[in-house]
Design a protein around this ligand. Structure first.
Ligand code: GTR
Length: 416
């Protein structure tokens, strides 16, 4: 299929809308009515009819399909210690290695596990600037993969450096996580696919057909590539006796929150999903066109979604789905959507409404979702199987966010 795009579809719209009164009128697609207008009345119909068709739509029109299978060829524990962080934790750095079509790829998972837990539940999440940024631990290796420049972190030639060790400590709250009895596993996302509009690198070429140079219109963009990496991390956890593979909570912030949601939707082995400030193409409803829109995101980041998604540039009304149905695909597993008050670009209200409109699917499973369409007050979380909070402050991950995630995981995964 060939799809033509007019320049207006890429560029016509400029000022983001931040005015609630200018949100267009739109109908929220009913997650419990199939594309052929059949009413979905129970879990069986949801799983047999509706879930597959929604998953199929998001796969071919939003994130793109992963064109084949690729298993871990081998892994190597490149470093480990039973006495990390002053004796608080065990640490492992594990390379997962893949090869196909004459290409080779490896990525490293940094894993911290609490010492007093035999098989630990873990939070799994990608980081933006390398594993060594999540902690000041001097033993964490510095990735040699391409990185986005960030001079304030000492990243100038797309190479990570010692200067950024620990700079994202506040976003990960490692000690808090360990003290609560959870492990943390993190991966530098650019090791799986560099975050740039270039499909010659990262994981994509390993699954190209002969002569293919970039994914087809319905094939994987970078977000789907990153979800591929999370699923391979899950494959590894299934082999690691120290990790409880039935209690892996996939977490992500912003573009990596979009990734966490899609990972949770496509891989049902993830026990729970946390979307922190994921915004457009993540938790936020696209049809509201508040803050970042489909056209804006496809123009700024043409490599994130599949190319078919561009059909909906400035044309959100023609989408037969919206992002609440992405969240519904995670049901009945727990999902947490979090916003920040000042993060209008990500449309906090649109993120909330997605969680709300996904809830009827959770109710089919007799799980509690978001009971009211009224947005909760700032810093007043609603924590059911579908959970939501909006906190004070900007686009970020904070201590407050992690405190909520841990409380909620304790309740949802351990009935604490
Ligand atoms: C922004 C993008 C958002 C969000 C964010 C991030 O520039 O417009 O959708 O993903 O980047 O990932 O930090």
């Amino acid at each position: 299929m060939s799809v033509q795009f007019s320049s207006a579809q890429f560029g016509g719209e400029f000022k983001p809308n931040y005015d609630e009164s200018k949100v267009p009128e739109f109908e929220v697609p009913n997650p419990l009515k199939s594309f052929r207008k059949r009413k979905i009345k129970n879990v069986r119909q949801w799983e047999k009819i509706r879930r597959p068709e929604l998953l199929d739509f998001f796969t071919h029109n939003v994130y793109g399909k992963i064109p084949g299978e690729l298993k871990i060829e081998s892994w190597e524990v490149v470093e480990q210690s039973n006495n990390a962080l002053n004796g608080k934790a065990r640490r492992k750095q594990v390379d997962l290695i893949f090869s196909k079509n004459g290409h080779r790829l490896f990525f490293n998972i940094l894993i911290y596990l609490p010492k007093n837990v035999e098989k630990a539940p873990v939070f799994l999440g990608y980081n933006f600037y390398g594993n060594h940024t999540v902690t000041n631990d001097v033993h964490v290796r510095i990735s040699e993969a391409w990185a986005r420049n960030n001079p304030s972190f000492g990243i100038i030639h797309n190479q990570l450096t010692e200067q950024s060790r620990g700079v994202r400590e506040n976003r990960w709250q490692l000690e808090k996580i360990l003290d609560a009895g959870y492990g943390l596993a993190t991966i530098f996302y650019c090791e799986v696919d560099p975050d740039k509009d270039d499909f010659s690198n990262g994981i994509h070429p390993l699954l190209y057909t002969d002569g293919q140079q970039r994914p087809a219109y319905n094939e994987w963009g970078a977000i789907a590539a990153w979800t591929w990496g999370l699923s391979r991390a899950m494959d590894y956890f299934e082999q690691d006796d120290e990790v409880d593979e039935n209690k892996v909570i996939v977490f992500g912030h912003s573009r990596l929150g979009k990734t966490a949601l899609w990972a949770g939707a496509t891989d049902q082995r993830f026990a729970a999903v946390i979307s922190n400030n994921s915004g457009c193409g993540g938790a936020a409803l696209s049809k509201r066109r508040f803050g970042e829109t489909v056209a804006r995101i496809n123009r700024s980041f043409p490599h994130w979604f599949c190319r078919n998604f561009m059909i909906f540039n400035q044309n959100e009304e023609s989408l037969p789905v919206d992002q609440h149905e992405l969240i519904a695909l995670i049901a009945p597993r727990p999902v947490y959507v979090a916003s920040a008050k000042e993060d209008l670009w990500a449309d906090p209200r649109g993120e909330f409404l997605s969680a709300y409109y996904a809830s009827p699917v959770y109710n089919l499973y007799e799980k509690e979702g978001i009971p009211s369409k009224e947005m909760p007050d700032v810093n007043q979380p609603v924590q059911n199987t579908v959970a939501y909070h909006i906190r004070t402050g900007k686009h970020d991950v904070t201590e407050f966010d992690w405190e909520q995630y841990i409380l909620w995981a304790d309740k949802e995964l351990f009935n604490k």
